[in-house]
Write a protein that binds this ligand. Structure first.
Ligand SMILES: [Zn+2]
Length: 386
């Protein structure tokens, strides 16, 4: 008998094995199911509840999904052999209850158990995102999550330019940009997605062209229109998350109200001369402590307190910083990692170089996030005259 067969035979006497049809009950009781097959094999599908950790990285990454040595771990490979070897490795590492699934994914399918086909990154994408894939907070699953994400950007000006560029570069699969302006020469000191050749062209065309040249696999939709009460619901509800790069209060309120209504995370930022602010609003997204934009600013300040960039100027770097933070917050939310700026307003003073964090509480009297959906319907509806 070959050495390998002898070894496997001895492992089968030491390692507990489990039938595929018993896995669901074990997972319901807290077990962690890990699919250790290679990326190419995963293209055939993987159990719905499985986490994919390639065999080569198993010992290195296991603690990200099983932080306790008492966690019950179920390992799946193609036919139940590699999972046996992997189980032995995890037992040596110190885990106390590791089981190999008999017959692997082949037997899983024979038993008619549910699985999903997992979209995969191709070789080019793996090379492109290798620095992100190296981080356990992103990894293959996170990168795929970014690829499947749909992000709406309101405005491709000073804030939207860096936000859109970094999101496309990071691998967010679908980006929609909404803007009805044309590129002007005076935009170029801060709206870095545009260039001289695009002056007088629609901003969305300029931005879409730049984003597609940066990442040809990104699906970029360009809506050359002003977002208003007639189109906001249809647009906002079609995306996972909204990045607000608008420069006026009426648009911010409109977008905020739609995000509250459709439970979409809203990543907000604004700039003024050398100052910037950024925050994240998640009302009705399972985050009870999240305010909305109206909680922060119930009323628009007068034009003397909030003049526009066109009136008072803005240093081009400031929207670059704030839009980049918006991209960071967006990626954190999409990947469900870190602590998004929920209930916090990050204020950047460009001149002093100081960053200040202010707490923002939900307003119990907020006209938007504390009322029923009925209150969010257009206020202009009048009773019909009989
Ligand atoms: Zn509110």
């Amino acid at each position: 008998m070959a050495l390998k067969d002898n070894y496997l035979e001895s492992l089968r006497r030491q390692v507990a094995e489990v039938e595929p049809h018993d896995v669901a009950a074990l997972c319901a009781a807290g077990a962690v199911l890990i699919d250790i097959r290679d990326h190419d094999e995963l293209a055939d599908g993987s159990p719905l509840s499985a986490q994919a950790i390639n065999r080569g990285f198993l010992e290195l990454k296991i603690e990200t999904v099983a932080p306790s040595a008492d966690t019950r771990i179920l390992l799946l490979c193609a036919n139940g052999t590699r999972s046996l070897l992997a189980a032995d490795a995890l037992l040596r590492l110190g885990y106390r209850d590791v089981r190999s699934i008999i017959g692997g994914f082949g037997r899983w399918k024979q038993q008619g158990l549910p699985f999903a086909t997992i979209p995969q990154l191709d070789n080019t994408e793996r090379k492109r995102y290798v620095r992100q894939l190296l981080m356990p907070e992103v990894g293959m699953q996170g990168q795929l999550r970014l690829k499947q994400s749909r992000v709406l950007l309101i405005g491709v000006g000073g804030l939207g330019s860096p936000a859109a560029l970094y999101l496309a570069a990071a691998g967010v699969g679908t980006l929609c940009i909404v803007d009805d302006d044309l590129v002007e020469l005076s935009n170029l000191h801060r709206q870095i997605i545009h260039c001289e050749e695009m002056v007088a062209r629609p901003k969305v065309d300029s931005a879409a062209q730049r984003l597609r040249s940066l990442n040809s696999s990104a699906q970029v939709s360009a809506l050359r229109q002003r977002i208003d009460e007639h189109n906001v619901d249809a647009i906002v509800s079609d995306y996972d998350l909204v990045v607000d790069g608008s420069d006026n209060f009426s648009t911010r309120y409109l977008v905020n109200d739609a995000c509250v209504k459709w439970s979409r995370p809203l990543v907000h930022a604004s700039v003024f001369r050398f100052d910037g602010q950024v925050s994240v609003f998640l009302p009705r997204s399972g985050c009870l402590k999240s305010p909305c934009y109206r909680c922060l600013f119930p009323q628009p300040p007068g034009t003397d307190l909030a003049p526009s960039c066109a009136d008072v100027g803005v240093l081009g770097v400031l929207p670059g910083i704030m839009g980049t933070i918006q991209a960071l917050e967006t990626i954190k939310i999409l990947l469900d990692i870190g602590d998004p700026l929920v209930g916090r307003l990050l204020c950047v003073d460009g001149l002093s170089g100081e960053f200040q964090m202010l707490d923002v509480e939900p307003d119990p009297h907020c006209m938007c996030c504390n009322q029923s959906d009925v209150a969010l319907q257009p206020q202009t509806r009048l009773p019909k005259v009989q």
